[in-house]
Design a protein around this ligand. Sequence first.
Ligand SMILES: [Zn+2]
Length: 210
Amino acid sequence: MDFKNVLVLAPHTDDGELGAGGFIAKLIEQGAKVTYVAFSTAEESVPDHLPKDILKTEVKAATAKLGIAAGNLIIFNYQVRKLNYVRQEILEELIKIRKYKKYDLVLMPSLKDIHQDHTTIAQEGMRAFKNTTILGYELIWNNLSFDTTCFVKLNHSHVESKFLALQCYESQSGREYMGMDFIFSLAKTRGVQIGAEYAESFEVVRWVIN
Ligand SMILES: [Zn+2]
């Protein structure tokens, strides 16, 4: 595994950390440069007592915690649940991102993710990056099914980094999938499948061998 430039596509802030936080921590530890793109900060869903841009603040903190450089974080402000309305705009942005840097791995939602915004990013991501290795990350609450065709072995510190990054999302703290129990249990489950302590699983969308 020798990935140098990795692109993470997150429909909403937090999706990249939830689906691939452990792998991102491992990639950065191994010297890869990771670029993280969030498409919506879900301003319309933020409760009234919180600042509207709270998720923007939180994604900056969370990605920094994983070791992603501030200059490698791209935040768009498309309307939540309406990414499909601007599908072509998103594709054009992805093509600009593709031209700017040569990526050797793209991480995005699974093609079987049924959240409408995740579906849009998975489909446009596949269109824009069809010449690149693409792995779909796992978000079990949105996956109708999931083929565990790829595993990334993780150690405790990678899973811990993922958990600590997710802790930055205080506005989302009530959610079951943000909890330590869940994060470590899923990593343990995926690890058991391959005889490792911990792992994250990915769906192979495209595998390009140079
Ligand atoms: Zn999402």
